[in-house]
Design a protein around this ligand. Structure first.
Ligand SMILES: [Zn+2]
Length: 103
């Protein structure tokens, strides 16, 4: 079996160091620009995925914290709601249901 060493570029988040996309895979390409083009869109939609900020920082969509959100929002993007994103919904304040048991 013949093998050959190749050099690939992967994207690394400037905030958290992650190389994973929100889908849990690591994009790689033969050029730096190609991998940036790949991670900064999702399913062909450039409003999703990683953000390349005006200041040159590349920010992932895997982590949903204030620092990440700020960069995405400044670029007009939103962090996609994937399985990695946890949304906390508080329970409504309801009185306890009466017991159906016959005492
Ligand atoms: Zn990140």
């Amino acid at each position: 079996m013949a093998t050959r060493q190749v050099t690939r570029f992967i994207a690394v988040c400037d905030l958290c160091g992650s190389s994973e996309t929100g889908d849990g895979w690591t994009a790689h390409a033969s050029t730096e620009q190609a991998v940036i083009d790949t991670v900064t869109e999702k399913w062909g939609d450039p409003s999703l995925g990683w953000t390349l900020a005006i200041d040159g920082r590349l920010v992932c969509d895997t982590v949903d914290d204030e620092a990440h959100r700020t960069v995405h929002e400044e670029a007009g993007k939103t962090i996609s709601d994937c399985a990695m994103t946890v949304t906390f919904t508080p329970e409504p304040d309801e009185p306890e249901a009466p017991s159906d048991r016959n005492a």
